[in-house]
Write a protein that binds this ligand. Structure first.
Ligand SMILES: NC(=O)c1ccc[n+]([C@@H]2O[C@H](COP(=O)([O-])OP(=O)(O)OC[C@H]3O[C@@H](n4cnc5c(N)ncnc54)[C@H](O)[C@@H]3O)[C@@H](O)[C@H]2O)c1
Length: 440
């Protein structure tokens, strides 16, 4: 008898080469699907190490926690929190904590996996981790956010630690969040453990240069890619999506080096100016009015038109899944430098490649943040702190060397820079896996 599909039940999941863990919906895998596809694409280049490739497809450890907190009005609210350790073959897990209303397990899994790739790509002695709390921080007071952060830290305290898993800031978290996390962890273990998180305030064992580090790395790798493409920095037109920690710093540093910021988009709106936007003025305006729109000398444009802005370099520095099949064909830039994690879906990546647009992938372009986090962790362990010049010089050298060697791999294999980064990073992770072997 032929089986027929009952139309009232969900459509069967498409056949896949890899098994989907039971805790993800096979019909709507979410951002982790992008990572799975990226792993599929790199597998043919892994040679004998492809034997171990399944270990990349499942995170090593996932912790889902309930965070009950007293709100200011006396009620109790419950929040969903996650910490995912994707891989620890090369060292402790490392990766940020995101506060956002749309955080899902799949998203945190993807972000943790990209940390594994990123840390291996720039050869930091870390695996990959990530955390998140599903909440819109704009809806809560500072006191409430502190209590949420502290309870979350206590809950994930089972698996984090300076030599186990080291969180850092991500979207909607920053130095104050890290200070609360460090204090909570320290209270629980009975000693001041500065090395448990990075991205702390400088007065609490944070590192000089950390707040600009991701944007600076976007600039360093972007500038190198521009050189390869023969794009002069002077007067280069740059469009930036996201004007937070990463986007603001990247815009400011490109501007300082003579480039022209022609468009900025954030969650509050989109502005455009052919003559160029001064990022410092844009930041002051945002702080004063709460919106990017209305900056003197700029015009507001529709959010969708951001992608069609005539520019040389496009920097997505907000959230994942921003460059899709809906907008990729409108993009006029010659170069995309991914400040955000996972901003381009794989199908759009192919379209960009077909159009001859070079992409410096997230796992390389935004690795400056974790690189200076690594410096912070090393400085905390040795209780010896470096000058900002030393930090920036070391950061620039690591980013430049990583870019050049990954560019060489791209040329050698005739692949995109993203695939080149995945070849190098997955090889490093799986080599470690193979050498360590399986326990027991
Ligand atoms: N902070 C770091 O050190 C770091 C390091 C590596 C990667 N990243 C990645 O960079 C990205 C940005 O992180 P951040 O730390 O700058 O966060 P942030 O919270 O400081 O800034 C986020 C920015 O994105 C904007 N934004 C949010 N939703 C948007 C939307 N729908 N459309 C347009 N703009 C929107 C916000 O208005 C804000 O300007 C994330 O993907 C993050 O994972 C951050």
């Amino acid at each position: 008898m032929t089986a027929t599909h009952d139309p009232s039940s969900p459509a069967p999941a498409p056949a896949r080469a890899h098994a989907i863990p039971s805790y993800l919906d096979p019909n709507n895998i979410g951002p982790y699907e992008i990572f799975l596809e990226q792993v599929e694409r790199v597998t043919p280049y892994l040679g004998k190490l492809a034997f171990w490739v399944e270990t990349l497809k499942r995170p090593k450890r996932i912790l889902v926690v309930d965070i009950p907190v007293h709100l200011d009005d006396g009620s109790v609210a419950h929040f969903e929190g996650y910490r995912v350790q994707h891989n620890t073959s090369r060292g402790p897990a490392k990766g940020g904590v995101r506060f956002h209303q749309d955080v899902t397990l799949s998203e945190v899994m993807a972000l943790s996996a990209w940390m594994t790739i990123k840390n291996a790509a720039v050869n930091l002695p870390y695996g990959g981790g990530k955390g998140g709390i599903r909440l819109d921080p704009r809806q809560y007071s500072t006191g409430e956010l502190e209590r949420i952060t502290r309870r979350y830290t206590s809950e994930i305290g089972l698996i984090i630690g300076p030599d186990k898993d080291i969180p850092a800031p991500d979207v909607n978290t920053g130095p104050q969040t890290m200070a609360w996390m460090m204090d909570t962890y320290s209270m629980n273990v009975g000693r001041t453990a500065t090395g448990v998180v990075t991205g702390k305030p400088v007065s609490l064992g944070g590192s000089l240069g950390r707040s600009d580090a991701t944007g600076r790395g976007v600039f360093v790798t972007g500038a190198q890619a521009m050189q390869k493409l023969g794009l002069p920095m002077q007067g280069a037109r740059i469009a930036v999506q996201g004007f937070g920690n990463v986007g603001e710093a990247a815009a400011r540093i490109f501007h300082e080096h003579g480039a022209r910021i022609v468009a900025i988009q954030d969650v509050t709106g989109t502005i455009h100016s052919e003559a160029g936007i001064d990022p410092a003025a844009a930041l002051a305006h945002l702080r004063a009015t709460g919106r990017i729109v209305g900056l003197p000398g700029s015009e507001e444009i529709a959010a969708a038109d951001f992608w069609g802005v005539d520019c040389d370099v496009l920097i997505p520095a907000a959230l994942e899944k921003q460059i899709t099949l809906q907008n990729a064909d409108r993009i006029r830039a010659r170069l995309i430098v991914e400040g955000a994690n996972g901003p381009t879906i794989p199908a759009a990546d192919d379209l960009l490649a077909d159009k001859g647009i070079t992409v410096v992938p997230d796992v390389l372009a935004n690795a400056g943040g974790v690189t200076v986090s690594y410096f912070e962790w090393v400085q905390d362990f040795s209780s010896f702190f470096w000058t900002e010049d030393e930090i920036n010089q070391r950061l620039d050298r690591i980013m430049r060397d990583a870019f050049q060697s990954l560019w060489d791999v791209k040329e050698r294999h005739g692949v995109t820079l993203r695939t080149a980064v995945y070849i190098v990073a997955c090889t490093r992770v799986l080599e470690a896996r193979a050498l360590r072997g399986l326990y027991p």
